[in-house]
Design a protein around this ligand. Structure first.
Ligand code: AMP
Length: 136
């Protein structure tokens, strides 16, 4: 499926591109959580990080790490979030695989409202066994 990110790759719409190689392109997010918030996307479209082929996914992460190191010293910032929203339920709005590289500052409270749930009795042990079995 073609998205707005395909248009950025094709240079049909403008973006503040900070890195490009044969596999990925990285540009500043138009609505940054903090200044320097960058998106790393594969040039070959895939819907999300579960659909993306493994080699490309690894390269997206590697480039994200490289950019994070530069942001940390160039801005500078105190920390970095790597975020990938996969699926609408996870907050994905653009259905082209992308890694968010988000600069963070002490006490910036940028993602202050995470919700937590609790496991009952041995529920977590059972779930761990189920998942571990499927990961063999
Ligand atoms: P997600 O919710 O993970 O799908 O994030 C999509 C991100 O793409 C959002 O943070 C948007 O601000 C960003 N975005 C959408 N359109 C553009 C654009 N034309 N240039 C740069 N970033 C964009």
């Amino acid at each position: 499926m073609s998205t707005i990110f395909s248009k950025i790759i094709a240079l049909e719409i403008p973006a503040d591109i900070i890195y490009e190689d044969e596999v990925v392109i990285a540009f500043l997010d138009i609505k940054p959580v903090n200044k320097g918030h960058t998106l790393v996307i594969p040039k070959i479209p895939s819907t999300d990080g579960l659909e993306c082929d493994e080699k490309t996914m690894a390269h997206v992460i590697n480039v994200g790490q490289k950019i994070a190191r530069v942001l940390k010293t160039a801005l500078p910032c105190d920390g970095i979030n790597f975020i990938m929203n996969n699926g609408a339920a996870a907050g994905q709005e653009v259905f082209h695989t992308h890694l968010h590289v988000v600069p963070r500052y002490e006490n910036d409270n940028s993602f202050a409202h995470a919700k937590h749930v609790s496991y009952e009795n041995d529920e977590s042990k059972k779930l761990a066994v189920t998942l571990a079995t499927r990961l063999i």
